[in-house]
Design a binder for this molecule. Structure first.
Ligand code: ATP
Ligand code: MG
Ligand code: MG
Ligand code: MG
Length: 322
C-alpha cells in the first residue's frame, strides 16, 4: 500500500502541519511519499518537499496548482493539513475529483466541522450543549451581546487558536475583532467560561466511531493559545483526565453521537469545556487534529492502548472502506 502525505498549507497552521507530518512520516507503517504546499500555494515535490519538512517551513513552492503529482500511483492520500483549504473540504473535493481515497472526513463534513458557527448550529439543533455565541460578518456592526465579558472572539474557520482573543472588558472588543477578521470574513463572539476545565477525546471510525479515554489539559496561560499549545512544557496533558467515570462516559457518548450527526469519517479530536458549576459543553470538532510532539490526538490513543503506527494503519485502512 502506497501513501501520499500532504503537509504545509497556508500561513495560519503551516508550521504545525509540517511538525505533524514529521511525526507521521517517521511512524507510518506503509511506504509513504511527501508533497508540501508552500505558504504561497505552490507545491514542493520529492527532495524539495523533504527539505521543507526539515526546515519546518516553506515560504515559496515550485509548482503552481495543479502540481504534476502521479496521483494514480498512490492507494491513499493523507491530507495532514490544518485549517482553511486543507481541513475544510477544499482539498477533499479535489481528491474526490481525482478519485483517490483519502484519510479523514469528506467534503460536507469537513466544511461543517471547520466552520465553528455552522457546526455549533447543527449541534445545538441536535440538543448537544454548546456555549452561547453571536456571529458577525465583516462589515456588520456588533449587535447587542446577550452575555457579559469575558468573551472569546474567534475566526469561524481557524485552528491552533490562530486569531483568537479573550476579551475581558467591552473596550478591548475592537482590537479582538480586527485580529479575528484578519483571518476570516466571519467571526464568533462567544461567551467565555471562567475557570474552565478543558477536556478532549479522540475518535476513530467512519460515521460510527470509537472513542479514546478522555484527556485534560492544564496550563498557566490566560487560555490555551498557540504558544501554550506548541511550546513543550507550557501545557500539562493528563491522560486520562481526573474526572468521575460517569462524566468521562458522558463525554465519550456525546462525542460519538455528534460525530455521527456531523457525518465524520476517519478521525476527529473533540474538545469539551467543563464549567466550575459542572456544565458540560461541546466546544469544537477538529477533523484533522495535530500530530505534533505536543498534540493530544495520538497521545489519547496511546493512552487507550493504540500505538502511533497502529493508529496510522487504522486511518489508512478506514480511507479504503466504503
Ligand atoms: P484547536 O487548536 O483545538 O483547533 P481552535 O483554534 O479551533 O483550537 P478553540 O478550541 O475554539 O480554537 O479555542 C482555543 C482555546 O481558547 C480553547 O482551548 C480555550 O482555551 C479557549 N477558549 C475558546 N473558547 C472559549 C470559551 N467560550 N470559554 C473559555 N475558553 C475558551
Ligand atoms: Mg479547532
Ligand atoms: Mg484544529
Ligand atoms: Mg480547540
Amino acid at each position: 500500500m502506497k501513501v501520499l502525505l500532504l503537509a504545509g498549507g497556508p500561513p495560519g497552521e503551516h508550521e504545525v502541519s509540517l511538525s505533524s507530518a514529521r511525526g507521521v512520516l517517521a511512524a507510518m507503517p506503509h511506504p509513504t511519499e511527501l508533497a508540501v504546499i508552500a505558504k504561497d500555494g505552490k507545491w514542493l515535490l520529492g527532495e524539495d518537499a523533504h527539505e521543507a519538512l526539515q526546515a519546518g517551513v516553506a515560504e515559496q513552492g515550485t509548482h503552481p496548482f495543479p502540481p504534476p503529482v502521479p496521483w494514480q500511483d498512490y492507494d491513499v492520500v493523507f491530507p495532514l493539513l490544518h485549517g482553511p483549504l486543507g481541513e475544510d473540504g477544499v482539498i477533499q473535493g479535489f481528491l474526490q475529483l481525482l478519485r483517490r481515497p483519502y484519510v479523514g472526513a469528506g467534503v460536507a463534513s469537513s466544511a461543517l466541522c471547520m466552520d465553528k458557527d455552522l457546526c455549533k448550529r447543527v449541534l445545538r439543533q441536535a440538543g448537544i450543549p454548546v456555549v452561547p455565541w453571536v456571529t458577525l460578518y465583516k462589515g456588520e456592526t456588533l449587535p447587542e451581546i446577550p452575555f457579559s465579558p469575558p468573551y472569546f472572539v474567534k475566526p469561524a474557520n481557524t485552528g491552533s487558536s490562530v486569531g483568537i482573543s479573550k476579551v475581558k472588558a467591552e473596550q478591548d472588543a475592537t482590537r479582538a475583532l480586527a485580529e479575528a477578521f484578519a483571518w476570516d470574513s466571519k467571526v464568533l463572539v462567544e461567551q467565555g467560561i471562567e475557570g474552565v476545565r478543558e477536556l478532549e477525546v479522540a475518535l476513530l471510525g467512519n460515521i460510527h466511531a470509537e472513542a479514546s479515554v478522555v484527556g485534560e489539559i492544564t496550563y498557566q496561560a490566560e487560555f490555551y493559545d498557540y504558544e501554550t499549545k506548541y511550546t513543550p512544557g507550557k501545557a500539562q496533558l493528563h491522560l486520562p483526565a481526573p474526572i468521575p467515570p460517569e462524566l468521562s462516559e458522558r463525554i465519550r457518548a456525546t462525542a460519538i453521537e455528534a460525530y455521527r450527526i456531523l457525518g465524520v469519517r476517519g478521525m476527529a479530536r473533540v474538545d469539551f469545556f467543563l464549567s466550575p458549576q459542572g456544565g458540560l459543553y461541546l466546544n469544537e470538532f477538529n477533523t484533522i487534529p495535530g500530530f505534533t510532539p505536543t498534540s493530544m490526538y495520538p497521545k489519547l490513543w496511546q493512552a487507550t492502548g493504540l500505538a502511533y503506527p497502529d493508529l496510522l494503519d487504522r486511518l489508512v485502512r478506514l480511507a479504503l472502506e466504503a
